[in-house]
Design a protein around this ligand. Structure first.
Ligand code: ZN
Length: 663
């Protein structure tokens, strides 16, 4: 971008940011997304640093509270201030728990909200607040006692005359932040900017608050031995503690807390940017210890920024395994939800027209969890003069067949069943985790196999030879063997996995399982040919009568088994020796089958295990008690559910009685 173009872009960005600030802070309009504003601002900062001569005093980048460093006394911390390791996904969180439990076994956890503020350490001497120090580099920080003393919920004197080093988060409530009308980017900056003021009256006016959550040096009698005890002890001392912390007996239980706050964070009167998970027991914390940077016994799950702005640089068309031609936005790469995104789905032709998306537009993209990112809207004020409308292609970009659009359908389709695009996606689906689950066959390997012509249909995966694999780029002996091993492991799979992997339209995992359960076999195994034969015998009405399969799915399944190339595929899978497992029928237990159960209290076995036992016996387990509940299985320390069961007259079973029911 040259200077003239940059100047024009900077002007537009500033207008858009100011407009958004005004709507958010002054008009209190809801739906103004903060991370969109942040990404616009980042782009502005980038351009301004490239062309510093274009910075003007009224630019929104010039209003962020400046850091008055060097003016505060440097203070050495009494104990090192660690920062927590961040995780951005459930997988990362789970692998942290796995590491913890591998080291110290199953253990209770405490979860706390991660307040988005400024970390401050306090020293109390004989119960009197003596010093407040910023985190700094972890070993020394700045003396900000004069500002922190003005924080209204912080006691200047504790209820006990103890020496104490504690840390916590200084934050600004949302309502106070909004009164500042755009002076800061976010409440965290506002809190930091207010604390680091030389004039303490500024902090005093700005209504800061603090929550305490960790302890350093201290001379407490009977020091707490758990994080949960520590937090309660803080309250006894008069220190403010965030009330939303919670204890959990297991990692699985703590996940619910995360879900709850992911959904409800907007309702809190302060900003949180995640949830902190800690091993409750201090003894186990000591066992786990620290890495060079952070404790091993705690981790911060950071909520991802889910909407950001970026530039749409082009539109391509991707062919799915059913032939659907999906327009894909090629984006300037941007960090969203913890990962860099450069492509997002545009759904279909009508969506592009409805949202008036043009090439060159600045767009807002959204990513939710593992879902494919999508383009939400266009920032029309930022549209460049040379933006271009997109014309949907008439032919398949991969096989040049004429695309078709059936009446009533939103998608254009490539009708060619041998279209390389369709085949590729079909193969990837066939080996994917929910289907055959051949983990060494990733996108790159499948692409190479297609390119070399070694795989023409899904059965060909099972006849691959090592010599063939060694011809592929980047393949050596070991990698080739790994691929062959991962295929060998899947020569015998659950029937539903194959059904799902076949890619029959509308047949997801659930329908695949329903269909598999309706297949009769002598023994636990069935050959593809026998399965094919059974399916060919079924009328469309018979398929539709299977529990969990509706009319549309039944029709699609029926038609699939009529097509010659599909029949040929199953015959070939039979020839290569694929074996299909059939799950044994449930052994229903009278007295349990068809009844509904609720489990509560502490039992000698994990709740999940009991749940599985009940479900295998044909019972149903629900989480809340109602008049429809047949039995409550109550362990020790059963609480409100026990009361409710009594109230509703639900039969209550202790563990012994439950055992009798099973036998
Ligand atoms: Zn095609």
């Amino acid at each position: 971008m040259n200077k003239r173009e940059a100047e024009a872009r900077i002007g537009k960005l500033r207008d858009e940011i100011l407009k958004r600030n005004y709507e958010y802070f002054v008009l209190n309009k809801s739906g103004i997304n903060e991370s969109v504003r942040d990404t616009l601002k980042q782009e502005l900062i980038g351009l301004e640093s490239q062309f510093p001569e274009l910075i003007t005093p009224d630019s929104p980048t010039q209003r962020v509270g400046s850091v008055l460093s060097g003016k505060f006394e440097k203070i050495k911390h009494k104990s090192k201030k660690w920062s927590l390791a961040d995780v951005f996904s459930m997988e990362e969180l789970k692998s942290w728990e796995d590491r913890v439990e591998k080291a110290v076994g199953k253990t209770p956890y405490v979860t706390e909200l991660k307040i988005d503020g400024l970390n401050i350490t306090l020293w109390y001497k004989n119960g009197i607040l003596e010093k407040a120090v910023t985190r700094g580099d972890g070993s020394s920080g700045e003396d900000v006692t004069h500002s922190v003393r003005t924080i209204k919920n912080l006691p200047l004197k504790l209820f006990e005359n103890v020496d104490l080093e504690v840390s916590g988060e200084v934050y600004m409530p949302k309502s106070s932040f909004e009164k500042l009308q755009g002076e800061f980017m976010n409440p965290r900056n506002a809190a930091a900017g207010s604390v680091r003021q030389l004039d303490p009256s500024v902090a005093s006016e700005r209504d800061l608050r603090m929550y305490i959550y960790s302890i350093g040096e201290n001379n407490l009698k009977n020091p707490p031995r758990k994080q949960s005890e520590l937090l309660k002890r803080f309250m006894d001392l008069g220190l403010p503690v965030n009330p939303e912390f919670q204890c959990h007996s297991s990692a699985a239980d703590s996940m619910k807390y995360l879900e709850k706050w992911r959904k409800n964070r907007e309702k809190l009167p302060y900003e949180i940017d995640g949830v902190v998970f800690k091993v409750d027991d201090f003894g186990k914390q000591d066992e786990l210890g620290f890495t060079a940077k952070s404790p091993r016994w705690a981790v911060a799950y950071k909520f991802p920024a889910q909407q950001v702005s970026t530039v749409l640089e082009g539109i391509t068309v991707q062919i799915g395994r059913t032939g659907a031609a999906t327009p894909v936005a090629e984006l300037r790469p941007v960090l969203v939800a913890g990962s860099v995104v450069s492509r997002a789905t545009l759904h279909n032709e009508d969506e592009i027209a409805r949202k008036d998306i043009r090439i060159g537009d600045t767009v807002i993209i959204q990513k939710a969890g593992d879902v494919i990112p999508e383009v939400l809207e266009v920032l029309k004020n930022l549209r460049p003069a040379n933006s271009r409308k997109f014309r949907f292609p008439e032919i398949c970009p991969l096989c040049e067949s004429k695309l078709e659009r059936a009446g009533g359908e939103a998608a254009w389709r490539c009708p060619n069943i041998n279209c390389p695009g369709r085949k590729r996606e079909g193969f990837l689906h066939f080996v994917s985790r929910g289907a055959l689950d051949i983990d060494m066959l990733g996108e790159k390997v499948v692409d190479s196999l297609l390119e070399f012509g070694f795989v023409r249909d899904a059965a060909d995966f099972f006849t691959l030879k090592k010599e063939q694999l060694l011809e592929l780029p980047l393949f050596k002996e070991k990698k080739a063997q790994n691929v062959l091993d991962s295929i060998d492991k899947r020569r015998s799979v659950d029937l539903y996995r194959l059904i799902f992997g076949l890619g029959i339209r509308f047949v997801g995992e659930r329908a695949a399982k329903a269909l598999a359960a309706a297949i009769h076999a002598h023994g636990a195994e069935i050959a593809p040919k026998t399965f094919l034969h059974e399916m060919r015998e079924k009328s469309i009405e018979e398929i539709e009568s299977i529990d969990g399969i509706g009319e549309k799915i039944a029709e699609s399944i029926y038609n699939w088994f009529l097509e010659i190339h599909n029949i040929r595929l199953l015959e070939k899978l039979d020839e290569v020796g694929l074996k299909l497992q059939i799950q044994p029928q449930k052994k229903l237990i009278e007295g349990i089958a068809g009844r509904s159960f609720v489990i509560t209290g502490t039992l000698s076995r994990p709740r999940d295990e009991i749940k599985k036992t009940l479900e295998d016996a044909g019972g149903k387990v629900t989480s809340s008690i109602s008049a429809k509940t047949d039995y409550l299985i109550a362990g020790e320390e059963a609480g409100s559910k026990l009361d409710k069961a009594k109230e509703l007259g639900v039969t209550i079973l202790d563990e012994e009685a439950f055992g009798r029911l099973l036998s």
